[in-house]
Write a protein that binds this ligand. Structure first.
Ligand code: FES
Length: 164
């Protein structure tokens, strides 16, 4: 399923294309087969995929912009908007749901003042619900970056968020 994307000109200004051009130079005659590695490297370089980098890919390859957007919106690893320094993934799977994930999600929204799939105004956190983190024995569980936090309570969640 395609993720929903909102392009916001104010929050996603044009960026300096030097890093993007250096990446594209490595793919002299880039084809559609190169698109995913090119996008991954550009996202690594900028932290997300600024709109003008996608236009630059089109200008320097024969890959149509519509095809690039198709790939970017299909894969959840890609982001068209600046992301927070830390990514919070909260499990919404059955085990976590039963053990209190809805209250944990409510607490995150309250503390960070963001809804699901949003980034805090200070770009500190991006908040994403996920289907199952594969650690159901820790339910309810969330991850911040690569670290798991299990057997969460509302109080514990608030303390963890404030420790970042
Ligand atoms: S249901 Fe939450 S980790 Fe599996």
């Amino acid at each position: 399923m395609h993720k929903t994307v909102t392009l916001n000109e104010e929050s996603a200004p044009a960026v300096d294309l030097a890093k993007c051009r250096a990446i594209l130079l490595k793919y002299n005659s880039a084809t559609s087969a190169d698109l995913i590695p090119v996008l991954q490297q550009i996202q690594d370089a900028y932290g997300y995929l600024p709109q003008n980098t996608l236009e630059e890919i089109t200008a320097r390859t024969r890959i149509p912009l519509s095809k690039i957007y198709g790939v970017v919106t299909f894969y959840s690893q890609f982001s068209l908007e600046p992301r927070g320094k830390h990514t919070i993934k909260v499990c919404t799977g059955t085990a976590c749901h039963i053990k209190g994930a809805p209250e944990i999600k409510k607490k995150i929204t309250e503390v960070l003042q963001v809804d699901e799939r949003q980034t805090t105004q200070d770009y500190k956190f991006t908040y994403e619900p996920v289907a199952c983190l594969g650690t159901c024995f820790l339910a309810p569980v969330m991850m911040i970056n690569d670290r798991y936090y299990g057997k969460l309570t509302v109080e514990k969640t608030e303390t963890i968020l404030k420790s970042y």
